[in-house]
Design a protein around this ligand. Sequence first.
Ligand SMILES: *Cc1c(COP(=O)(O)O)cnc(C)c1O
Length: 488
Amino acid sequence: MQFVQTRGNDKNRPEAVSFSSALLNPNASFGGLYVPETLPDMGIVFLSEYLNSDYKHLAFDLLQKFEIDIDDDLLWEALDRYDHFDNSNNPVPVVKIEEDVWVSELYHGPTRAFKDMALQPFGVILSALARQHNEEYLIMAATSGDTGPATLETFKNKPNVQVACLYPDGGTSDVQRLQMVTEEADNLKVIGIHGNFDDAQQALKSLLGSEIFREELAGKGIRLSAANSVNFGRIIFQIIYHVHSYLELVRTGEIGLGDEVYLVVPSGNFGNALGAYYAKKAGLPIRKILIASNVNNILTDLIRTGVYDIRDRRLILTESPAMDILKSSNVERVLFDKFGSERTRELMETLNETGVYRLSAEETRVLQEDFAASYCTDAEGEAFIAEYIEKGYLMDPHTATCIKAYRTLREEPIPAILYSTAEWTKFSTTVAKAMGLDVHGDKEALNAISAHLNVPVPGQIHALFDKRIVHSTVVEKTHIKEEMLTFL
Ligand SMILES: *Cc1c(COP(=O)(O)O)cnc(C)c1O
């Protein structure tokens, strides 16, 4: 299958490219993104064949249906990364928390957040492709806390790839910072920035946009790629778990094959929700995708009103930091799918120039056929965390935003699958606060929650506090380039 561009073609590139090409060079014409030309059929016939399949076989066959130009051996090697999740037979457990409500837990990988679902196999493929092409790649990431650890973890010691990760010093949880600064491998560089996540992201953007920097890299024979969800190589792995979660409900007899469900997705850059959208379009019986946000509720506004307006908005720091975002990149792929490349380019250019775009009433209605949206404040989220602890289920603050969306947006009494995108251990101070515990820092919070609720802290998290710090660089954002060039 070929991949086409959301904003049309500038004639400097091919009209359509292969999967591997879109993965290595994710930037498309006019600042657009790559998307699959068509979607395979994942309707009832397909689903019925996979009722007894394990995660990896479902994944393999589903990826095959996209006709991607990746050898079978390499694809299996990539999928074998799921063997390192908590339960190698089922990397994504789906847990019933009350009548009609299930939580699909996407955080059972090495860094305890859902980024592992895609980045673990993605890292294997990118590195192997780079080696096959005899090319050297640099992946740069700015992180608010989850992308960084997952990117470092997947690429550590992998040939032909180097990773530089920028994080806001003081802007992540202790666990997230330790996951990065204790990651030891020659091909990894972690740099703290004096400033917030926006500063880190701006610094990265200006570096990536700098001709001089690119030339300096080219001089060293290094190419740039990206491992964030603008890369379709990540999105493709985020379609699978939606299909798997649905099948789990059928398998356990909770629903019949073909019954419709709601999917409730805590959203930031909209990669997870986009995977759900593609699954729905391909035939998975989904009534609607309910988008959960925090008070950075740009997606709620868009889906309710058709207006995407960032003119008077400032980023608000919340207790669900992985969803603190104003420009949500993957919405563009939905716009393309619904309204075509010409309209998408027009909308995205208007957003860049004026800070706002407006869908027509008809376009908004079309968007609302698949999506509804709601947002959750920190106080509401804490209350949900406390409420469900009472009911026997422990969730992190991102997952808690799903409860609000479920309660406000569910129109019909059909089952819902909520996605849990992080383990409570990554955001333990917020969970402790919700429980009314008086603690300082992650270590105290982890121990207090573990003792109170009699839940274990997983080994990967526990071990972090005794590991050696290998990356201690914290710099002004003006010094990032120097640091980078020294590293390379
Ligand atoms: C990345 C992340 C999200 C947001 O996912 P998107 O695909 O960017 O919408 C939500 N929760 C957690 C914990 C995350 O790490």
